[in-house]
Write a protein that binds this ligand. Structure first.
Ligand SMILES: [Zn+2]
Length: 212
């Protein structure tokens, strides 16, 4: 897929190098700490909120303040713990702090979309009012609740096989053979590494082999 098409589909992806490859907003939230912290300011967080589809694309968020990134990072920690527990089949016991936090965040009402007429007469989505931080957190927390309680969806959870890549996605591919968070990122890196190894073998050199 070309860059232009990608940008057209999700312009927020490139503004802050955000990733939306996992198939779920709760997993895309986990990806915001890789390879560095993206949610360290209001600007990238608002780009993430729009890119993840929590609000219609042009929704203004002028009321977002410095407390928002911290709240999203906190939810990210709890969701990350639950996902990691599932992937490693860890059973934390009766009182699970991360679970309690995600459930609490899910209690709030998520943003309410409504259909309105655009200039050309078609229907487009907009929100009934400016979304509160708690409503946006609720949308992500509910996604995590739905994902982790759905036996089919959670069985498709995979961590990318790329070197040191922590991104977790839902594998919905036929035969469940997806190996990468993104074929353009980790898949491409693997192809390049394989090509280099083949080229080195053809020259009679392996990586690390001393040339006499
Ligand atoms: Zn990856």
């Amino acid at each position: 897929m070309g860059l232009d098409l990608d940008t057209a589909m999700n312009p927020y992806k490139y503004a802050y190098e955000l990733r939306f490859d996992s198939g779920r907003s709760s997993l895309d939230l986990l990806a915001t700490s890789h390879p560095h912290e993206h949610l360290d300011a209001v600007g990238p967080l608002c780009a993430w909120i729009r890119g993840a589809g929590l609000v219609p694309p042009d929704t203004p968020l002028p009321h977002a303040d410095d407390s928002w990134p911290a709240a999203f990072r906190e939810l990210r920690t709890s969701v990350g713990r639950l996902v990691s527990d599932w992937l490693t089949r860890t059973h934390p016991g009766a009182y699970d702090v991360a679970l309690a936090r995600v459930n609490e965040a899910a209690c709030a009402a998520p943003p309410v979309p409504r259909a309105v007429h655009a200039d050309d007469g078609s229907l487009v989505q907009e929100l009934a009012g400016p979304p509160e931080c708690a409503a946006l957190l609720a949308a992500v927390a509910r996604d995590a609740v739905e994902l982790l309680t759905d036996p089919v969806a959670r069985a498709g959870l995979r961590q990318c096989e790329g070197d040191n890549c922590p991104i977790v996605y839902v594998d919905t591919s036929r035969g469940r053979r997806r190996r990468w968070c993104s074929s353009e990122v980790c898949g491409n890196r693997e192809r390049v590494a394989r090509h280099r190894k083949r080229a080195a073998l053809a020259r009679g050199q392996l990586p690390g082999m001393r040339v006499l």
